[in-house]
Design a protein around this ligand. Structure first.
Ligand code: PLP
Length: 401
């Protein structure tokens, strides 16, 4: 695709709408059709064998590939600057399919000490059961890698910005330290989206997204993706997706994600504009003890964030001087912002990890709060409502704090 008469490739927003699809090839349908089929038929047995052996392009069975899913994957790969993409049924399906495809018994994985709660549980509770050694370190100081990487290290895994704290990890600095080690760097870039941050440009080998969040953007489905070089993505699809997790994305969900992606850049700009205003208001508020937002001037993340992100996205964490009890009381006073897990939706969402983890421990005593997450931490996902309405709601909720 090139822009009419100009010798330059089309920009992000144009690719998010058009990449990989030509309506002339499908009856002129401007919106890509949804291929609701689980299987595909063949002229003869030889044709099926040719598709199976990759001699001919085509589809065999819906668990590993579907044309609607393939269009989404091509578009996502283009926006992320990756050779290939595999889309799956949730962000956790992406994490699981990736780790169980690329790690074996006796391998080691270095992880940042703070991770999304279920990725944290996967690395602390599940991977060790399969004989995989997990080495947690604080990657906000990339020099810690020097003592952590061994000949057995296959993956270095982190989120930036991180869940739930929004702390920023310097992708290029991690890549520089890990160069020559043979370990592959995997970045969960869910908090940023490919409009705000493209980790492959900074030296990461693989990128992971929960598409449930900004990329779909409308809070109405779950999905995930892994992006990177074609050989690794093929391995994740043909092993992880096909016979380990079987976590296939439905064609309907793939279509809805592409619909959401058409406005990704517009949404991310508005998200960031409001989030910047909210973060600055919180930082100046007398009831607030601390705020973490990547683009907060003077903050410890600011310099790195400006090198690898276009904006601060719209995730932040903060704590009140009134601590755990103050967080609960303040959140219960909110009228516009929803008390809900998840993030990246049009609706602003707020959650308090410590109270949810305590509740979960009643049924699952082995549950642990990720290291680095404090009892007072409140996670806020700024949505697309009017900025002034959001500021008003937070200000009235803080008034009693
Ligand atoms: C950073 C991050 N990675 C992965 C996931 C898992 O995604 P999903 O909920 O789509 O399974 C989440 C979910 O909140 C997340 O925040």
């Amino acid at each position: 695709m090139s822009t009419h008469g100009k010798n330059r490739p089309p920009g992000f927003q144009t690719r998010a709408i058009h990449h990989g699809y030509d309506p002339r090839k499908l009856l002129g349908a401007v919106a890509p059709p949804i291929f609701m089929t689980s299987t595909y038929s063949f002229e003869g047995v030889e044709d099926a064998a040719a598709v199976m052996s990759h001699e001919r392009e085509g589809y065999l069975y819906g668990r590993t590939a579907n044309p609607t899913q393939a269009l989404l994957e091509a578009r996502l790969a283009n926006l992320e600057g990756a050779e290939a993409c595999v889309a799956v049924a949730s962000g956790m399906a992406a994490v699981g399919s990736l780790m169980l495809s690329l790690l074996s018994q006796d391998d080691e994985i270095v992880v940042h000490r703070t991770l999304y709660s279920n990725t944290y549980s996967l690395t602390r509770q599940a991977l060790p059961r399969f004989g995989i050694k997990v080495v947690p370190i604080d990657l906000t100081d990339p020099s810690r890698l020097d003592g952590a990487i061994t000949k057995k290290t296959k993956l270095i895994y982190f989120e930036t910005p991180g869940n739930p704290s929004s702390e920023v990890i310097d992708i290029a600095a991690v890549a520089a330290r890990a160069r020559n080690s043979g370990a592959r760097i995997v970045v969960d870039s869910t908090f940023a989206s490919p409009y705000v941050q493209r980790p492959l440009e900074h030296g990461a080998h693989l990128v992971l997204h929960s598409l449930t969040k900004y990329i779909n953007g409308h809070g109405d489905l779950l999905a995930g993706a892994v992006l990177g070089d074609a050989a690794t993505i093929d391995r994740i699809r043909s092993n992880g997706l096909n016979f380990i997790t079987g976590a296939t994305l439905s064609p309907m969900a793939a279509f809805l994600i592409m619909r959401g992606m058409k406005t990704l850049k517009l949404r991310m700009k508005q998200h960031a504009e409001s989030a910047q205003a909210v973060a600055e208001m919180l930082a100046a508020h007398p009831a607030v003890a601390w705020v973490r937002y990547p683009f907060l001037p003077g903050s410890r993340d600011y310099e790195v964030a400006r090198r690898q992100m276009i904006s601060g996205s719209a995730m932040m964490s903060f704590g009140l001087k009134a601590g755990y009890a103050g967080a609960v009381a303040m959140m219960d006073r909110l009228q516009l912002i929803s008390r809900a897990v998840s993030l990246g939706d049009a609706e602003s969402l707020i959650m308090h990890p410590a109270s949810l983890i305590r509740a979960r421990q009643k049924f699952y005593p082995e549950t642990r709060m990720a290291e680095g997450v404090t009892d007072d931490l409140i996670r806020l996902s700024i949505g697309l409502e009017e900025t002034d309405d959001l500021l008003d709601d937070i200000t009235q909720a803080l008034a009693g704090a």
